[in-house]
Structure formats: structure tokens, C-alpha cells
Design a protein around this ligand. Structure first.
Ligand code: AMP
Length: 575
């Protein structure tokens, strides 16, 4: 398919305001693309060139974009920059410049989807000497061959600002729609995505008519999307839900998915980015484990050997670094507390009950001095759960995870197979993880930071949309305000994201990308916010304050509306 035709679709998608229309348009587009084009375009729509674990990032800096535009159009770089300052958006800028070229193009040709994808790939992955010039040349060549409308979208892709408001869930719906006109195949598609974490490959196989359930099985060194926990607020509620269950300590470090294939080791973060380079100490131990192939999951925590205690989450986070790794591993030695295993030597274990997977784990762990087993006990009643919970808190851990002994590993799903019970910070204080969807510029003392607070939303997984729950105006240090403003202004968008359902306004809307932990006193009903909205009455946080950025979280694994309703019910029953 020609990129010119794709651009027409992107324009229509840009102009729709309804999610449904957008999905239908995207489905129409998938019907016109070849399977390989569908794969490539799926990544591009998400602002990627490949799944995150490939480690190739799409995008070049603005300066290079201006140079490329200048080279392709004959405009002086300074004039391009000046015009950008006036127009403020690279897509419109590029569209305009291509219309007003000062030189005619040399032998221009039609661009196919593949041409655009390949060029973006080359541009993003070229490095080393002379790479700046190469990037500019390739980008200029793209502009040289593009119509004004194509340039609008190519430019946005080049600087990774497409911001189409399309996430993986929309892509999965659209794929299903493209074949059936309904969401009928969504579950099948989602299962394949959860096992492979590769939306592009799933799109390709689906459009090729392959049987996704056979095509996608666990592959060592390719991450599985992590299972997520629900939350309940008392040991009694957990026991009522699960009956006899496993209760584990909940460690507050960072989640790791470990893959071992012979001597090859990959460690994936919760967002499925590769991070084994940061943990040579763990990698050495993992290599020695007594199976050739292993996929397991655990939480890594830094331990204070002198005092025999755990370091805090903040201290542990010092291990997420690119430099000074050896010193950091001396200062903050990591222990991995393994809590699940999905694969050993040819055996995919994910569909087996948890109690069997745990037995497998116990058969080869603990291993070495840094790969441990998560502490686990079997609870026969609510007071057993409570006892492990108190025990965990006395060890300065954040709570417990109760697990259904019979449940399979539910990749990419939040469910009651795992239920967390967390310590509360005070009498009635709790926290949520929300996604930032907008921010306020700030007045008075805050004006100098250009930052007054955040508009934060939770996720409604059934309706597949973000719903606002709080304006967060306190809890920030001055450095945090500056940092947040800088990060957020980079991802500003003109209109609220299409995945957002909101009635309140923000000064600046942003693409949903950053997850923050917000502390609050209470959940109240409110007409201002859309979280859990039924008949114009949503839920809001009372006295929300910013705790921290959770850059380990992705936007679809934040607190859900169901959890908010659960918290509200628990709070009412306490009263
Ligand atoms: P939360 O992030 O509060 O939703 O809690 C879920 C997270 O707890 C998981 O993603 C893990 O990173 C972490 N975790 C800590 N200990 C355990 C455990 N024993 N079992 C499962 N998850 C755990």
C-alpha cells in the first residue's frame, strides 16, 4: 500500500473524536494492508519500530528534522526554525513547507509503507561517526518523495510525536473488526499478544489467517506480559474470595522476568524493557541455574547486609542505572525473590495450577546467595492471612500477595488469582497508581515553575478508556515540579487523548504516558471526575498528593476503576 493512502486514513483518524469510529477506520486500513505492512504500521502507530525489548527507539531530535526539511525544500534552516516557533507543531510545519518548496524535487517517487518504515528504522538505528549526516540525508529523502499530507505524518513519526491516541487495545479491537466486524476475535488476539508481547507479529499472523493459539506459545528470551493483581482491603475479604490459599510477602522492589537459554540471559522489567546489563551479579547466578531453559518471575530488592534488612524502594532504585554498575552492586546488593515460574526445559507451565508451579520453583531454589524463593505460607483461614501480613509489615515490607492455588499464570491480565493486601499509610490513607493526562500551569508562587499540578486518571479496562479521578496539586518538591513540567511539555497534545473520558479541563493536555503514585485520604463521589461514572456521578480522591513517578509501570497496568470501587466499598464498610 502506498503511504499516501495510509496518510489519508491517518487524517481521518486524526479528525474523529469517537473511539468507535477510530477503531472502525483502523479496521478498514488493516483490511487494505498486507500482513507485513500491518505489522510495520502497528509499531509506527504506537510510536515504535519494534517491541520495547528490541531496544530500538524511534526518533530523531528536532534539530535534525529542521535540517532535513531544509535540505528537502530549499528553505534556510533558520527560517524553518522560525516558522516552527510560530506554528508550534512539526506535522503542520512540514505539510506547509512541502507545499511551499523553494526547489523542485529531483526524481521523486511514490513511497510505499515499507519505504517509510525501512527509512525510519535506518534513521533511528544509525549511530557512530557520520551518523548525523546520514540521518539527515535519509529523512530529507523521505520528504523529497512525500506529498504535503505524507510529510505531516512522516515528520511526526520522525520525532516520535505521532500521538494518534491509539494504544494496543485499540489495535487489537481494530484487527478483530477488520475480519469479523465485531470484537469477536479480540480475546484470541489478546492471548497471543500476552504470550508474545509483540503486537506487530500478532497483527501479521492474524491477517495471514494463522491459528493464533498454535502460532504463539512461550519462547524463551521473548517476554510474556506480566500477570497483575487485584486488591482487597482485609484478610477476611481475601479468604472469602479464595478460601485456602498461598500467602506471600509482597516485596517492594522491581519486578523482573528472567529468561535463561543456556548461557544467554535476559532480564525484562515490568514494562518489558531489557535490563540484564544493569545486573551482572544476578546474571552470573542465573547462568548457573540447573536447567538449560528457564522463564521465571520475581521481585528484586536491595539488601542491607550489615543490618540484615531490606533497603527501601527508593534505595533499591539506585540499581537501575547505566553507569557505575559495579560500585552500585557493592553498595546495594540485590536479591531476587522468585515467585513464579512459567517454563523449564521444554515444559510450558503457565496453564498449570499455581501450586504445581510453586513446587517446580522450590525444586531448584534458593540458588546461589542471591536468588531466593519468595516467602510463602498456606493460609487455612483469615487469621492465617493476617498473621503473615503482620509478619511482613514487621519486616518493613509493604504487605502480602495472596494467590489462588489452582489458578494458571494469567499473562497480561489483572484478576483475583493474585490479590494484594497493602499496609495503609495512616488511619485512612491509601494510594493509587494513575496516569497523567494533563497538567496545570500554576499561578502565584508556582508561576515561576510553570507548573501547578497534574490531572490524573485511572483505567477502565472494560470500556478501555482512562477516566479522571483527581487534580493533584501538592506533594511536589521544587525539583519535581521542574522535572514534571519539562517531561510533560514534551508530550503535550492539542486535544485530550481519544482514550480519555473527562469533563474537567487541563491547561495542557498530554499524551497518557507517565504513571504516578498518588496518596489520598478518602474516595468521594464527585460530578467533576469520570472515574467509575454512572449517571454523571464519578469518584474522586480527597486530598490527593503526589508521592512519586512510577516509571516502571505502563499505562495499562495502573489502578483500575474496579479497584477504585473496591476501595470505596471497603472504606464505607469501615465507617
Ligand atoms: P502492585 O504493583 O501494587 O499492583 O502489586 C503488584 C506487584 O507486586 C507485582 O507486579 C510485583 O512486582 C510485586 N510483588 C512483590 N512481591 C510479590 C509476590 N510475592 N508475588 C507477586 N508479585 C509480587
Amino acid at each position: 500500500m502506498l503511504f499516501r493512502d495510509v496518510s489519508e486514513f491517518l487524517k481521518e483518524i486524526e479528525e474523529t473524536t469517537s473511539r468507535l469510529d477510530m477503531t472502525a477506520k483502523l479496521a478498514e486500513l488493516y483490511n487494505k494492508l498486507s500482513p507485513t505492512e500491518a505489522k510495520e504500521l502497528s509499531y509506527l502507530l504506537l510510536g515504535k519500530l519494534a517491541p520495547d525489548y528490541y531496544g530500538v527507539e524511534l526518533g530523531i531530535g528536532m534539530k535534525l528534522l529542521f535540517e532535513a526539511l531544509s535540505m528537502a525544500t530549499g528553505w534556510e534552516v533558520e527560517d524553518v526554525e522560525k516558522l516552527y516557533e510560530k506554528m508550534g507543531e512539526v506535522g503542520e510545519l512540514s505539510q506547509y513547507l512541502i507545499t511551499k518548496k523553494k526547489q523542485s524535487s529531483l526524481a521523486s517517487r511514490d513511497l510505499a509503507v515499507k519505504d517509510v518504515y525501512d527509512a525510519l528504522f535506518k534513521i533511528s538505528s544509525t549511530s557512530g561517526q557520520g551518523s548525523v549526516m546520514t540521518k539527515i540525508k535519509y529523512a530529507a529523502e523521505l520528504f523529497n518523495n512525500s506529498s504535503p499530507l505524507e510529510a505531516r505524518y512522516i515528520a511526526r513519526m520522525l520525532v516520535n510525536k505521532l500521538r494518534a491516541g491509539i494504544g494496543e487495545p485499540t489495535i487489537m479491537d481494530a484487527l478483530s473488526w477488520s475480519k469479523t466486524g465485531t470484537k469477536e476475535d479480540r480475546e484470541l488476539i489478546e492471548r497471543a499478544y500476552n504470550i508474545s508481547s509483540d503486537i506487530g507479529e500478532v497483527a501479521k499472523a492474524f491477517l495471514e489467517g494463522k491459528d493464533l493459539s498454535k502460532e504463539f506459545t512461550i519462547e524463551v528470551l521473548r517476554p510474556i506480559r506480566p500477570a497483575l493483581a487485584e486488591r482487597l482491603n482485609s484478610a477476611e475479604a481475601i479468604f472469602a474470595k479464595l478460601g485456602k490459599c498461598a500467602v506471600e510477602y509482597k516485596y517492594d522492589g522491581f519486578r523482573m522476568q528472567v529468561h535463561k537459554k543456556g548461557d544467554l540471559v535476559s532480564i525484562f522489567s515490568r514494562r518489558l524493557e531489557r535490563m540484564e546489563g544493569m545486573f551482572p551479579d544476578l546474571v552470573d547466578s542465573i547462568k548457573e541455574m540447573p536447567y538449560k531453559d528457564i522463564v521465571l518471575e520475581g521481585e528484586a530488592l536491595a539488601v542491607n547486609k550489615k543490618e540484615g534488612t531490606f533497603f527501601s524502594f527508593q534505595e533499591t532504585m539506585h540499581r537501575r542505572r547505566k553507569y557505575g554498575i559495579d560500585e552500585a552492586s557493592e553498595k546495594w546488593p540485590l536479591h531476587l525473590y522468585a515467585f513464579d515460574v512459567m517454563y523449564v526445559d521444554g515444559d510450558a507451565l503457565i496453564d498449570r495450577p499455581f501450586k504445581e508451579r510453586r513446587k517446580v520453583l522450590e525444586s531448584f531454589l534458593p540458588f546461589s546467595n542471591n536468588i531466593k524463593l519468595s516467602h510463602m505460607e498456606i493460609a487455612h483461614n483469615a487469621s492465617d492471612i493476617k498473621r503473615v501480613f503482620d509478619d511482613a509489615l514487621s519486616k518493613k515490607l509493604e504487605g502480602i500477595m495472596a494467590k489462588n492455588l489452582e489458578a494458571p499464570y494469567k499473562a497480561g491480565k489483572r484478576g483475583f488469582s493474585w490479590i494484594k493486601l497493602k499496609k495503609s499509610y495512616g488511619k485512612s490513607v491509601d494510594t493509587i497508581d494513575g496516569v497523567v493526562v494533563g497538567y496545570y500551569r500554576g499561578s502565584g508562587a508556582r508561576a515561576k515553575f510553570g507548573f501547578g499540578g497534574l490531572l490524573v486518571a485511572v483505567y477502565d479496562s472494560e470500556r478501555d478508556e482512562f477516566q479522571t479521578i483527581a487534580k493533584v496539586g501538592s506533594g511536589f518538591t521544587e525539583e519535581e515540579m521542574v522535572r514534571l513540567r519539562d517531561m510533560l511539555s514534551e508530550i503535550a497534545i492539542k486535544k485530550p487523548d481519544k482514550r480519555l473520558n473527562t469533563v474537567v479541563e487541563a491547561d495542557v493536555w498530554v499524551e497518557p504516558r507517565y504513571v504516578v503514585e498518588v496518596m489520598f485520604d478518602e474516595i468521594t463521589k464527585s460530578k467533576q471526575h469520570t472515574a467509575g461514572n454512572i449517571d454523571g456521578q464519578g469518584y474522586a480522591l480527597r486530598f490527593p498528593r503526589f508521592l512519586k513517578l512510577r516509571d516502571d509501570r505502563d499505562i495499562y497496568s495502573i489502578t483500575t476503576v474496579n479497584e477504585v470501587l473496591e476501595m470505596f466499598a471497603a472504606q464505607s464498610s469501615k465507617k
